[in-house]
Design a protein around this ligand. Structure first.
Ligand code: ACO
Length: 327
């Protein structure tokens, strides 16, 4: 049997500061009722001053390593999925490597927005298929609160900060990652973007006045594309591994909006207990959303050896993907 990648430890880290919908009512013209009914979000975590993406990523990584019983110097590769790095250079993966002392590891950031953790697991899977002895740390980490315009009610109510991580190793047993499907469509990039702070647009007064340092989103259009892509990529994964809905034990969909999660559950004909949901506590944490959910489910005893697990995500770019694994 070929080598497969298994997750041997998970971890997460969330800022201690909680921002409720009521807190947002004091900032913008919104209401707890609007946010709850349109998104399912009740509160989100916000990084404190001086608390950076790499700090959250480091804490999540250390938790995952501890659960896995793996020492930092046993890690061969660190992959960090993020759209909110501490800085353009160095990568968050480099900073995590320094913080945890994983000096044997290669370091790689990937920019795939909300699909980043699935892309990261897929890359790790390919490495481990080639060399079963490798140990790889995959992290999704975001400080979206610093890329949100706190005067724009159409976006600021949606996002939160946090990080999640997984340690992957190889096995010849009949479990681990069974299939991954990765997609993108760059033609639609303008529907969800942070246009400034890269090298294309000067960081000047004009850029700031356009709000291009912040996430800008055509919410309705994104919603339509998200549900279509998530449905397609879900069935693509199910077909690839020959699963029908009743084979599924736990599904982790990117926590973007409760209505999107309901849509996925209905289309799959899935019972409520099999779709993991924590959007009410953390909002949309982009690349961190699936690994935070995975860690909560794992530590909460909702994953068992042999469980059939499906993951799917959609985000800016656009990007989307799915992953099927036997736990
Ligand atoms: N509070 C009160 N009213 C609001 C708010 C708010 N926070 N935000 C918008 N409104 C108003 C609008 O101004 C609009 O008012 P109008 O009718 O007078 O013009 C009305 O509410 C309806 O606005 P819509 O944008 O049509 O609301 P919609 O039902 O589409 O919900 C939402 C908006 C929640 C953003 C939804 O479109 C959505 O979830 N989209 C998908 C987001 C997503 O999945 N992103 C995925 C990836 S994220 C990433 O990659 C980083």
């Amino acid at each position: 049997m070929r080598s497969r990648a298994v997750i041997i430890g998970t971890g997460s880290a969330l800022p201690s500061r909680v921002m409720t919908n009521r807190d947002l009512e004091a900032l913008v013209d919104t209401s707890d009722e609007w946010i709850r009914t349109r998104t399912g979000i009740l509160e989100r975590r916000i990084a404190s001053e001086g608390e950076n993406n790499s700090d959250l990523a480091t804490r999540a990584a250390l938790n995952a390593l501890e659960m896995a019983g793996v020492k930092p110097d046993e890690i061969d590769l660190i992959i960090v999925a993020t759209l909110t790095p501490d800085m353009p250079m160095p990568s968050v993966a480099c900073l995590v490597q320094k913080n945890i002392g994983a000096f044997r590891a290669g370091v790689l950031d990937i920019s795939v927005t909300c699909s980043g953790f699935i892309y990261g697991l897929s890359i790790a899977d390919k490495f481990i298929q080639a060399d079963r002895k490798l140990k790889i740390l995959v992290i999704g980490s975001e400080v979206l609160s610093r890329r949100v315009n706190w005067q724009d009610r159409t976006t600021c109510v949606l996002f939160g900060d946090g990080a999640g991580a997984a340690v992957l190793a190889g096995t010849r047993e009949d479990r681990g990652i069974l299939s991954t499907h990765l997609h993108g469509d760059g033609r639609l990039w303008e529907l969800l973007a942070i246009r400034g702070l890269g090298t294309a647009v000067p960081a000047d007064e004009e850029m700031l006045s356009r709000g291009w340092q912040y996430i800008q989103m055509q919410g309705k259009d994104v919603f339509k594309h998200a549900v279509k892509a998530l449905e397609a990529v879900t069935w693509e994964a199910m077909d690839a591994v020959g699963w029908k809905t009743d084979a599924l034990d736990m599904v982790f969909c990117h926590q973007a909006n409760m209505r999107i999660l309901d849509f996925v559950r209905e289309r799959l004909g899935l019972s409520e207990d099999k779709l993991f949901i924590n959007i009410h506590k953390y909002g949309n944490t982009s690349a961190a959303s699936i690994p935070i959910a995975l860690d909560e489910a794992n530590r909460g005893g909702r994953l068992f050896a042999g469980a059939n697990v499906l993951m799917m995500a959609f985000g800016g770019g656009f990007t989307w993907g799915s992953l099927a694994m036997r736990w």
